[in-house]
Structures are given as structure tokens and as C-alpha cells.
Design a protein. Structure first.
Length: 403
């Protein structure tokens, strides 16, 4: 019989074009360089007998949905996929965590993708809406903020304090329009338009998307004013209909913190943890990139406060994707207890093993690589991450007047 399930999965994002699969199923057959996590997962579920021949490759027919999208190179330990799957009636009789179902699917998956558990859910379950919190970890070489073996303990303490102070500024509810692809969120979507007048309906934050998600830009949309202006930082003095900040640009950051120095192989690294209800595409990587640039004294110390004002338009640096991992997802009960899904204890153990044996090693590999992305990124920032003083002064004056 066909039953709607929620499937906890984890994956190493290296070599994939993200996890979202729309046209990837057809394109990957023609071009092996175009692959998505969900394309491999869909194929494995089909081979395990969970999808009928007539439904294979047609996600709408099985009600395929996800709790989060991730971009190219981003890893995950806590993505939830929901779909209507062909299963025996007694599939969970002696296996409430769905470990046996997960094992059937894992036999047809590469080692870099694992299913940790499969649980039954109600027909109305929507993973993106049911997910109330998402926590991401970003693993950053300590060298990026100036910490190395030659730096004294006192200097390390000062650098960490400064970096943590910058990260703390992101907490709370703010417009993060400077930390994303702004055009993706500024234009009302089809469902947000009044069907009679074609006028926008008030945006609802509940429709917001998660990190590296919702890259549905419209090619016919007017260019943003920031793209037409040569200035990398300015204050929007008057309303620009082509560059609107809407409710979709506002996000609430619950926690943004940095732990102590950890050892990743031979590399000293920092774990930056960011928790929020939802995130926009590139948001976390730009948050970390900006905090690093301020700590390296490439950007002024008040740039984050100014960037979180809806009138400011600032070009900010973006950190490499290789260090970003979706660490956990929290699901709340919306209308019934069936929406509050949890991974079984055995599933949690398997997730921890997957982190140690695959995701952790992949991040260490990236840090040890001769083509270390963070080293090239820091060199590029030192050369090009610069805001002209007249622009910053003008922006600061307008910001102080506005305050």
C-alpha cells in the first residue's frame, strides 16, 4: 500500500549540485556532471521497491517534499524528505524507527548519502512548514580570523572575543536583504497575488525558506538598483520599486555563536553555530564572511549594524560552501502529534557515525587540500574586500540620522 512517510537523510554535498531535484532526473541522464542528492535518492527508493514504475521520476505523483534545500557543496545531517511510499501494512510493527526500511534504501545508495530512519506521518504533513528550527554548523579554519601557532594566548582570546561579538550582532529579527540574492525574495510569488486584481497580498513569514533555498529568480524581473549603481555601499534615500524590502527578507536568528578552537586533523578550526527558523540563499555564508572581514579589519566594525537596516545596500563577502553543514532540524506539532517527528536512538547513532566517518573527513580533506578554498578566499578578501571611505562615511551619517 502507499503510505506517506518522513525520511531522515544525511549526505556529503561535495560533487553534487545541491540536494533539490527538479529537472535533474532528466538532465543527469544526459550529463553526468549535473547530479543532485535527490536524484540518487529517488533512484534508490525505486530500486528498493518504494516507488512504482509509473511514478518513478515524477515527484508530484508521490508528493515529494523536503524540509530544506542546500546549495552546491553544502553537507547535511538532518534533512527530512516526505513522500508517499509503497510499503507493507506492517512495515513498522517491530521497527518503529523504520531502520529496516532505511537499510533497504541504503543498499542502493552511494556511501556519501545515508537514510537514518523512515517514520509514518499524516497526509497533511509538510516538512518545510513543520520544521520550526534549523541549526547549521560552519567549520572555519582559525587562520581566517588571524589565529595561528605563533599568536599568543592573550591575542587569541582577543580575536575570539571580537569574532564572537560580531556574530552576536546577527541575533534577533532583522532584514537580511544584504545577505542574499535580493531579487529572489523581493518580487511577490504567484500565490501571493490577489487573483482578481493581481495586486500583492501581505507577505507571510511562514512561507519563508531555509538556507540555500528558493533560488527561483525571474529572468524577466527588472534589475536591482544596486546592480545599476557602481557604489558597493550606499543608503537608499527614496523608495525604489525595483528594489523593495519585504517581509520575506526578515529572518529571526535565535543563536549565532562560536565555540573554542578545535583540531580538524592538523588544522586549528572554529565551529560557528547558527540557529534560526529559516534562512535565505547564501545568508549564513555571507554572515560568516562579513564577521571574518570585520575581524580581519577589512570592513569597519559597525558595518553589520548598518547592513541590518532596510535602507542600506552593501556588497558583502561570502564564505566558501565547503564548511557548511545542516546539523539539526527541529519539528513541531502543527495540528496533531503525528507532525512532531523524531529520529530513533539507533538512527541518531547512525547519524553520529555518518558525521565522523564521512562529513567530518570531507571537511578535513578540504582544509588539507592544496586547493584550500579558505586560503584562496582570504587572499581574495585581502585584495578586493574594500569599501571606499567616502561611501562608508555617507552611509554611516544616514544611518545615524535614521537611528
Amino acid at each position: 500500500r502507499k503510505k506517506k512517510v518522513a525520511m531522515w537523510i544525511g549526505y556529503v554535498g561535495t560533487g553534487y549540485k545541491g540536494n533539490h531535484c527538479s529537472l535533474f532526473l532528466e538532465l543527469s541522464a544526459l550529463n553526468s556532471s549535473l547530479t543532485a542528492i535527490e536524484a540518487d535518492l529517488d533512484k534508490a527508493i525505486y530500486k528498493a521497491g518504494g516507488i512504482l514504475d509509473s511514478n518513478y521520476g515524477h515527484h508530484m505523483k508521490v508528493g515529494w517534499a523536503r524540509s530544506s534545500r542546500t546549495d552546491k557543496g553544502v553537507h547535511s545531517l538532518a534533512t527530512v524528505i516526505s513522500l508517499k511510499m509503497e510499503l507493507p501494512i506492517d512495515a513498522w510493527r517491530d521497527d518503529p524507527g523504520g531502520i529496516e526500511i532505511a537499510d533497504m534504501i541504503n543498499r542502493h545508495l552511494p556511501q556519501c548519502i545515508r537514510v537514518f530512519g523512515v517514520v509514518p506521518v499524516s497526509k497533511t504533513f509538510r516538512p518545510r512548514m513543520a520544521c520550526s528550527e534549523r541549526s547549521y554548523d560552519y567549520f572555519l579554519p582559525a587562520l581566517c580570523v588571524g589565529i595561528n601557532q605563533r599568536v599568543s594566548t592573550c591575542e587569541i582570546k582577543q580575536l575570539l572575543e571580537q569574532f564572537r561579538l560580531q556574530l552576536k550582532l546577527f541575533e534577533g529579527e532583522h532584514p537580511f536583504h544584504n545577505y542574499t540574492i535580493r531579487r529572489n525574495y523581493g518580487k511577490p510569488k504567484q500565490q501571493d497575488l490577489n487573483w482578481r486584481t493581481r495586486t500583492p497580498i501581505a507577505a507571510d513569514n511562514s512561507s519563508s525558506s531555509s538556507e540555500e533555498e528558493d533560488e527561483d529568480g525571474d529572468a524577466d524581473e527588472p534589475r536591482l538598483r544596486v546592480q545599476q549603481k557602481p557604489s558597493p555601499a550606499y543608503w537608499l534615500q527614496e523608495l525604489d520599486p525595483t528594489d523593495r524590502i519585504t517581509a520575506q527578507h526578515y529572518r529571526k536568528i535565535i543563536r549565532c555563536s562560536c565555540g573554542d578552537i578545535e583540531k580538524f586533523g592538523d588544522t586549528l578550526a572554529l565551529r560557528v553555530s547558527v540557529t534560526g527558523a529559516s534562512f535565505m540563499v547564501h545568508q549564513i555564508r555571507k554572515m560568516i564572511g562579513t564577521a571574518v572581514a570585520v575581524t580581519r579589519k577589512l570592513l569597519p566594525p559597525d558595518i553589520i549594524q548598518m547592513s541590518l537596516c532596510r535602507h542600506s545596500r552593501i556588497v558583502l563577502p561570502i564564505a566558501p560552501c565547503e564548511g557548511l553543514t545542516l546539523a539539526s532540524s527541529k519539528f513541531c506539532s502543527q495540528h496533531s502529534t503525528s507532525h512532531a517527528i523524531n529520529l530513533s536512538s539507533l538512527g541518531c547513532q547512525r547519524r553520529e557515525a555518518f558525521w565522523k566517518d564521512h562529513v567530518f573527513l570531507e571537511i578535513v580533506k578540504a582544509m588539507r587540500s592544496e586547493r584550500d578554498p579558505w586560503n584562496k578566499w582570504c587572499e581574495a578578501m585581502d585584495s578586493y574586500c574594500y569599501l571606499p571611505e567616502p561611501n562608508v562615511s555617507s552611509l554611516r551619517d544616514a544611518w545615524l540620522d535614521w537611528k
